[in-house]
Design a binder for this molecule. Structure first.
Ligand code: HAS
Length: 543
């Protein structure tokens, strides 16, 4: 990677890890407070710390890391950015930074204790919302930089299939831009006027709907970045090739189409949306599971075909052939394993009747600590263990590699304890997003206490694991042995590209279908929400 692109990427990663450090510490405080044995000093509220934790980890850590990694992937596979594209990306970066600082300032002053979902009726200071709007506009500029770079590449490489990593980054950027229009619309047209006092009421169901229109593709924005590494980087790390280029592209296109029109599965328990539209979006949710199953198939096929090419060792013996001593493989692999129960939990959540049991309980918190905080996050850590060295000209030495494996294993142990107890307590009815309380000595609440203690044990192990990550990352950036660290990219021979090219890079077709499905899933329900705005609202229906 050209050092000029490298600087852009390193700055993104630096901010991501800074957010991880602070957000991780807030997480530790939370699990301790939840035991009922620790009280926060200086009147700091549990919900303020929860907001810091959620915003920094779910929004700031992920977004800066993802754009950093996508820039790296595109620069590595489609060539160095032009000056103009780099300028666009830097402009986006600074907007994101200013927006983050504005939001953080309000959260620290306790004027934006609205959790990471920030939807009405919780209200924050207007500066928080303006900061968020700037943040999203910044991400659009970064996404557009990726798409433009791809378009320029296409002009000079007519009739050639684009590099797979670049293609994936383009799909992820398009999905992000289309999805974040929803939440940015709500911030600009609902939240900012409302927080400035221009309107005294707000249409809550619309604000939540626009949030979840964005909120579910947000989780796939995280996941697809991990999938980029699974499909393209991991096969090379283990010394093998891509299993199937076209399968990977098709999976990504299916995510583009089906990630967005599924937000109602977060609102199954809410009034104001008719059953039939909820049913339709639940159906689409089950469709979007398919590309994940395709990914699982592709990963198994990659591992097995590689291992069997070395030595045919029976039904399961081939498993031993995988590089169990290489952190670049082991750490993301633990993430893949976590996605088996994590994905199964998602399927439970999406099933209407079972959602009634688990909604708003700590089961959900357990679900997303398996998916985003293990599957995705461990993949990001695994990527950092070679990407940072690649950018700084330093190598993952044997000792660092061993430490990185210990980090991955300690994460797995901490998360099994923490997320496991969240799942069980959730099934016993423990509500999510609540500070410690014994509900006036209620018998049911007593059953949750031992699980809350277990969460503190798991959470403390996870915090130690975060310290290990930070140590490895800082060491790789400044102190590790100098040398060339590979950026692994697996390829395969694609013999007849023409038909694939015509179909898979036909953006008009795929984006057209995406909008078509979105309009079917959302147009009528949104119209009905506007039409049936509660009486007493200002008459503008959005408020
Ligand atoms: Fe989810 C709530 C449904 C996936 C994140 N989810 C959340 C929230 C977050 C989140 C953050 O339907 C909470 C939001 C909030 O604050 O309220 N989720 C699903 C479904 C899936 C799913 C159907 N979620 C994710 C992913 C996330 C994520 C991915 C982050 C990255 N989720 C829901 C629902 C709710 C929800 C409801 C709302 C609940 C409520 O009531 O509030 C699916 O995408 C899952 C499909 C996945 C699979 C697994 C495939 C397995 C693979 C691994 C292969 C392993 C290998 C290893 C190769 C079917 C690909 C080899 C192994 C060997 C053994 C050798």
């Amino acid at each position: 990677i050209d050092p000029k692109d490298g600087k852009l990427i390193k700055t993104h990663l630096f901010l991501a890890f800074l957010a991880l450090a602070i957000g991780g510490f807030a997480g530790l405080l939370q699990v301790l407070v939840k035991t009922g044995k620790v009280v926060l000093p200086f009147n700091i509220s549990y919900y303020q710390i929860l907001t810091v934790h959620g915003v920094l980890l779910a929004l700031v850590f992920t977004t800066f890391f993802i754009f950093g990694f996508m820039f790296a992937a595109v620069s590595r596979t489609a060539g160095t950015f032009s000056k103009k594209i780099r300028l666009l990306a830097w402009t986006g970066f600074f907007l994101m930074l200013i927006g983050t600082l504005m939001a953080a300032w309000m959260i620290l002053l306790n004027k934006a204790t609205v959790l990471y979902t920030f939807y009405a009726p919780l209200q924050a200071h207007a500066i928080f919302y303006i900061g968020l709007a700037l943040f999203f506009i910044g991400t659009w500029l970064e996404g557009i930089a990726i798409i433009l770079h791809y378009a320029i590449w296409k002009k000079t490489h007519k009739n050639i299939l684009s590099p797979l990593l670049t293609f994936m980054a383009v799909v992820n950027s398009i999905m992000w831009i289309i999805a974040s229009f929803g939440v940015t619309g709500s911030i600009v047209f609902q939240m900012i006027p409302w927080s400035l006092g221009w309107h005294s009421t707000i249409n809550i169901v619309i604000s939540r709907t626009l949030f979840w229109y964005f909120g579910h593709p947000l989780v796939y924005f995280w996941l697809l970045t991990a999938y980029m590494a699974w499909y393209v980087v991991i096969p090379k790390v283990i010394g093998w090739r891509l299993y199937s280029d076209s399968l990977a592209r098709l999976a990504f296109l299916l995510f583009l189409i089906f990630s967005i029109p599924v937000g109602f599965h977060h609102q199954l328990m809410e009034p104001g949306i008719s059953h039939s539209w909820k049913f339709f979006q639940v159906f689409l949710t089950f469709v979007v599971i398919i590309p994940s199953l395709m990914t699982a198939f592709s990963m198994f096929a990659t591992f097995e075909s590689f291992a069997r090419s070395k030595k045919d060792a029976g039904l399961f013996g081939w498993f031993k052939q995988l590089p169990w001593g290489d952190a670049r493989f082991v750490v993301p692999f633990i993430g893949m394993l976590a996605f088996i129960p994590g994905g199964a939990g998602g399927i439970i959540n999406a099933s209407n009747q079972m959602n009634a049991v688990v909604h708003n309980t700590t089961w959900i918190t357990g679900h997303f600590h398996l998916t985003i905080s293990t599957t995705v996050t461990l993949t990001f850590f695994g990527v950092s263990y070679w990407l940072i060295g690649h950018l700084t000209g330093r190598i993952l030495t044997k000792k660092l590699n061993r430490l990185a494996i210990i980090q991955g294993i300690s994460w797995a142990i901490g998360m099994t304890i923490m997320s496991g107890s969240m799942h069980i307590a959730g099934l016993l009815g423990a509500p999510r997003r609540t500070a410690f309380t014994d509900y006036g000595g209620a018998a049911q609440a007593k059953k949750w206490i031992s699980y809350q203690l277990a969460q503190a044990v798991g959470g403390s192990i996870l915090f130690i694991s975060i310290l290990l990550v930070l140590f490895i990352v800082i060491y790789l950036a400044f102190f590790a042995e100098k040398g060339i660290q590979e950026f692994p990219v697996a390829t395969m021979d694609v013999h007849d590209e023409k038909p694939l090219l015509l179909l898979l890079e036909n953006w008009l077709l795929w984006i057209g279908i995406t909008f078509f499905v979105i309009i079917i899933a959302y147009a009528i329900p949104l119209y009905s929400m506007i039409q049936h705005a509660p009486t007493g609202s200002s008459g503008y229906q959005l408020w």
